[in-house]
Write a protein that binds this ligand. Structure first.
Ligand SMILES: C[S@@+](CC[C@H](N)C(=O)[O-])C[C@H]1O[C@@H](n2cnc3c(N)ncnc32)[C@H](O)[C@@H]1O
Length: 244
């Protein structure tokens, strides 16, 4: 059976993701500035893995900073966009579930990132724990892991605060409705699109995990990673860890 999140990206969000993201070059610049602002220790042959790379707004800056990037995503449409953006940069794309990323590497790597709330897309907390274990054992000593997730954990919005306007123009309006459960958020993506002058509505839904950063951080620390920083970037919590 296909995972509901994959179906959501394949049949709905994949074709809209870049429109929602806005100007790709702005996203590229934001992450280039971010990666330059942290100490990455890369050398001439550094390898980075981008888990849930989407259209590549993190993979491209990493390649431009000198990494050979392995960019993994299960949404073919977004990987094709990444390839178009990438030109001749050193980025290898893999169309697969990010949970099996170790199949695609032969030796420990310098950097692994999982940004843009991708961790919250996994089916359950056990999958996140297993992925964090795999990430820890795939890094070289001094290698780094960076995650970025939204905070669905520390508070629960109520009433109209659960409706989030994402983007709109003359022909499309994209809104998100969040329904909180004990350990998941039921995300409903609502698209109003004007076709030949008539508004049509499509709704697609999936579940995201309510991840507790304390648990993620403890799991990483128990695997020999040390936190270097925790900060906010565009409303997401960004944790940076180094393998010691
Ligand atoms: C919110 S997007 C983030 C994309 C990109 N990192 C960014 O910040 O723009 C989440 C991405 O993770 C991918 N994804 C989610 N779960 C995945 C899985 N189990 N295996 C592979 N890709 C996955 C989706 O297809 C999507 O491209």
């Amino acid at each position: 059976m296909l995972e509901p999140v994959k179906t959501h990206y394949d049949e709905f969000l994949g074709s809209l993701y870049s429109w929602i993201l806005g100007d790709f070059s702005n996203a590229y610049k934001k992450y280039l500035t971010f990666f330059k602002s942290i100490e990455l220790n890369q050398n001439q042959t550094s390898v980075a893995i981008d888990l849930g790379c989407g259209p590549g707004c993190q993979s491209l800056p990493l390649a431009d900073l000198g990494y050979d990037v392995l960019a993994i995503d299960f949404c073919k449409e977004l990987l094709e966009e990444l390839v178009e953006h990438a030109g001749d940069r050193s980025i290898t794309t893999v169309h697969d579930d990010l949970r099996v990323f170790r199949k695609y590497i032969d030796e420990p790597v310098d950097l692994i990132i999982c940004m843009g709330d991708t961790l919250a897309h996994l089916a359950n907390h056990q999958s996140v724990a297993k992925l964090l274990d795999d990430i820890a054992r795939t890094l070289k000593t001094d290698g780094k892991f960076i995650y970025a997730i939204r905070d669905y954990f520390s508070f629960i919005p109520e009433g109209s605060d659960r409706f989030i306007p994402i983007r709109a123009n003359d022909d499309m309006i994209f809104t998100c409705f969040l329904d909180y459960n004990d350990d998941k958020v039921h995300v409903h993506d609502i698209l109003h699109r004007k076709i030949e002058g008539v508004w049509q509505t499509t709704i697609s839904d999936y579940q995201k995990l309510r991840l507790n950063t304390d648990q993620i951080n403890k799991k990483l620390e128990s695997n020999g990673l040390q936190m270097e920083s925790s900060s906010l970037l565009d409303g997401m919590i960004v944790g940076i860890f180094k393998k010691i």
